[in-house]
Design a protein. Structure first.
Ligand code: SF4
Length: 331
């Protein structure tokens, strides 16, 4: 992965990971910043530079550790070792939080974050599942930092409950032989290949994602699939039918037997429209005034009728093509 420059908080270099990154990227310009949260030079850039901005690496110390309750596959969303990503999915939910500064930030205080998480699990009467990948893509991040190689065996050994994270990337080879003890739930996000190519810019192909989830399942990780986000663009029914057929053909019997599905409809926003129209003027416009409605604070979601139609269609096609696979939720 190629970066143009590193912006870093000076204190981050006193951490093990900070030192490692300093060596790894020694040939890049290193620019000191006061805080990873407000880099003036970045904030002043035009939306059109969004793609170029993603070629910078930001290194800092995570100071906010607030867990958010969640009632889907996990009990808590945990701010973990990174936020943002080098890919450029045109709907990326992180753009709502970070605007054009949705570049990859690495937080070097991973020991502190994992200590806290393990403690929280131990102090709970119930077995808790922690979602550690809601702010970034940890499989992508891991090829730079090795953070999953640090996290998975340590959690397996010391943690109670489970960790989980979703990904749109396939680089899982280094995870296969880790001691995970079944405590790490791996979730692969999929979409029809034509949408991956046009909308999920810079992510892995469907074929590679299927191979990755098969390998993780074979290595004993509990696995699930996210069909997310579902995009109701022209020809969506045929594309999603083909996706389900490809999953039936491409996923091993073992994966299909044990996997669960999560289905999430796309949401979009005014901020996405502004950035995408300037940064990717030739990309498809995901905003559809016929099918979408406002849901407050400049955000859009599909109208209830459109969602109901999509849900009915997907449930019936999943049943027809994949059989009785468990659908955890459609949201
Ligand atoms: Fe955002 Fe995930 Fe796409 Fe990265 S892979 S741009 S985090 S949606």
């Amino acid at each position: 992965m190629k970066f143009d420059a590193v912006y870093y908080e000076k204190d981050s270099l006193s951490y093990t990971l900070g030192k490692q990154l300093q060596e790894q990227f020694a040939d890049l310009p290193w620019v000191p910043v006061e805080s990873h949260n407000s880099i003036k030079e970045m904030q002043e850039k035009e939306n059109a530079e969004f793609g170029k901005m993603k070629r910078n690496l930001i290194i800092g110390i995570r100071k906010t550790h607030r867990y958010t309750e969640n009632h889907k596959v996990s009990d808590y969303l945990v701010p973990y070792t990174s936020s943002g990503c080098t890919a450029m999915c045109l709907y990326c939910y992180l753009v709502c939080n970070y605007n054009k500064c949705a570049y990859l930030r690495l937080f070097v205080n991973r020991e502190q974050m994992l200590d806290r998480l393990i403690k929280k699990g131990k102090n709970s009467e119930n077995s808790l599942t922690f979602e550690i990948g809601s702010n970034s893509d940890l499989v992508l991040e891991n090829i730079i930092t090795g953070n999953l190689l640090y996290t998975i065996p340590r959690f397996a050994e010391e943690g109670t409950g489970c960790l989980t994270f979703p990904t749109k990337f396939h680089m899982v080879d280094s995870l296969l032989d880790l001691d995970h003890r079944g405590k790490v739930i791996f979730r692969m996000s999929v979409n029809p290949q034509p949408l991956i190519s046009r909308i999920e810019l810079g992510t892995s192909s469907l074929q590679k994602r299927m191979e990755a989830v098969n390998s993780m399942c074979e290595a004993g990780y509990p696995c699930g699939l996210l069909i997310a986000p579902v995009m109701l663009v022209e020809g969506w029914q045929a594309m999603y039918t083909k996706l389900l057929e490809q999953l039936r053909e491409g996923l091993t019997a073992k994966t299909q037997k044990q996997m669960f599905l999560e289905i999430i409809m796309m949401t979009y926003s005014y901020v996405h429209r502004a950035i995408n129209s300037e940064a990717f003027p030739n990309a498809p416009d995901l905003y559809d005034s016929q099918l979408m409605t406002g849901r407050g604070r400049g955000r859009y979601c599909y109208r209830p009728e459109a969602r109901a139609e999509a849900e009915k269609f997907l449930r019936s096609e999943i049943k027809r093509i994949l059989g009785d696979v468990k659908i955890l939720y459609i949201s």
